[in-house]
Ligand binder design. Sequence first.
Ligand code: FES
Length: 120
Amino acid sequence: MDQSKADYTWHKVFGSSAEAKEQVPVRKLKQLVLGGRSICFAHTAAGFFALDDACPHLGYSLSKGTTNYLNEVICPWHSYRFSMTDGRECEFRTRKAELHPVEVREDGVYVGIKEEAPAT
Ligand code: FES
C-alpha cells in the first residue's frame, strides 16, 4: 500500500486476535459491513486479509467462497482465485480484487477502508 494511514478509516472488527481466530478459523471467510460497504474478511495460513466482498468478475459474494493453501480466496460461482498478496486473479481472467489493510493492534483487529474522494 502506498497510501498514508490518514487516507483510511479504521474499523475495529474484533476485540482481539484470539476472537478473530475463533470467529473466523483459518481457511474461513466472513462477511462484514463497514461504513455501509460489504467486506470479505479472510483468514488464511498467511494471516488476516480483507477485500471487497463483491467478486470483480460478476459480483458474487466472495465471503461465501473458500480459501486455499496458496493464500487465495476462491469465488464460489466460477472459481476464480484471488491472491491475498496483491488481489490479482491467478489467471488474469478479471481485474484485481480490492484489498483493504488489516492491522492486529493491542486492543483489537482493525480493517482500514480508504476514504472516497468527495464528488466534485
Ligand atoms: S462471479 Fe466470481 S468468479 Fe464469476
